[in-house]
Design a protein around this ligand. Structure first.
Ligand code: ADP
Length: 274
């Protein structure tokens, strides 16, 4: 089994001719609501790769949260430990895309900031052979405690150090693997942290796990629709492969295939509209 403990975001996307200056109002063209958030993106990817998946996290008591819960359940993901928090909004990202392709984004963490010991307790469902997937869009203390608890129970922890934040040395060392893109790897190296197992993704140049490097699955430039969520698809598929007992090179190959698939469609998940 794969448990993903992490974020869920409702992405609200509109197109603008140019970004407003402070104090100014501009008109947006269209409004789309998409499913996002690294945690849920990774859970959907792990389920698509055939894993039995449990999503642990929080949504708000609002329509977006309810829609997101239904969406995950539709995909066969266990949402029994997905908590609805009263009085806070679901995590939202308000995304403006201008005609020159520049984005400006306001993220409201909302319910993603509400994770606490109740979510940590869900880790007790795990045992040897299971994989816990973590990222850093939820409170870091919860991530650290959950990671230690999972390892104590004999589960494997895949820790995606994104968005980058410094972590205690023991947490960096227990990840198997710690997954970073090039920017996160750079920040990690500068921090002096010492992972025991490091997997770095290099976008169109593939990925490298403790020195074992595989090329990306080639995607022709005219078929690259949107690279948002490629890293999340990679992590979810990697966890699914590890949970079914694949060795490193098979798991890496499965993750690279999922990462390549993800750049072919718009949004962070397949059929992303919420
Ligand atoms: P992130 O999305 O976290 O910044 P990367 O850009 O390194 O991470 O992409 C993660 C993975 O997604 C890569 O290792 C690769 O498997 C896949 N990927 C990303 N961009 C491409 C691309 N243009 N062609 C093929 N695969 C890609």
């Amino acid at each position: 089994r794969v448990m993903v403990l992490g974020s869920l975001n409702v992405d609200l996307v509109t197109r603008v001719q140019r970004h407003p200056r402070p104090g100014e109002t501009v008109l947006g063209d269209g409004l789309r609501r998409l499913a996002g958030g690294k945690g849920a993106n990774q859970a959907v990817a792990a389920a698509a790769a055939g894993a039995e998946v449990l999503m642990v996290g929080c949504v708000g008591d609002d329509d977006g949260g309810a829609a997101y819960r239904a969406r995950l359940a539709d995909r066969g993901i266990d949402v029994g430990a997905l908590r609805t928090c009263d009085g806070v909004p679901s995590g939202h990202a308000m995304i403006q895309v201008s005609d020159d392709g520049e984005n400006s984004i306001v993220v409201v963490p909302g319910a993603n900031d509400a994770l606490d010991e109740r979510e940590v307790a869900a880790v007790d469902l795990l045992g040897p052979g299971d994989v816990l997937v973590l990222q850093l869009e939820v409170p870091r203390t919860v991530v650290c405690v959950a990671a230690r608890r999972a390892v104590a129970r004999g589960a494997r922890v895949v820790l995606n150090i994104a968005p980058y934040a410094a972590l205690p040395p023991d947490v960096v060392a227990l990840a198997d693997p710690l997954v970073a893109n090039e920017h996160e790897m750079q920040a990690l190296a500068e921090s002096g942290a010492q992972p025991a197992s490091l997997l770095v993704t290099f976008g169109a140049n593939g990925a490298s796990w403790d020195g074992q490097t595989l090329p990306a699955v080639a995607v022709p430039a005219d078929e690259v629709a949107d690279t948002t969520g490629a890293g999340d698809a990679f992590c979810g598929a990697l966890a699914a492969a590890l949970a079914r007992g694949s060795d490193r090179s098979d798991a890496l190959a499965a993750a690279l295939a999922a990462g390549a698939d993800a750049v072919r469609h718009e949004g962070a998940q397949p059929e992303p509209y919420l």
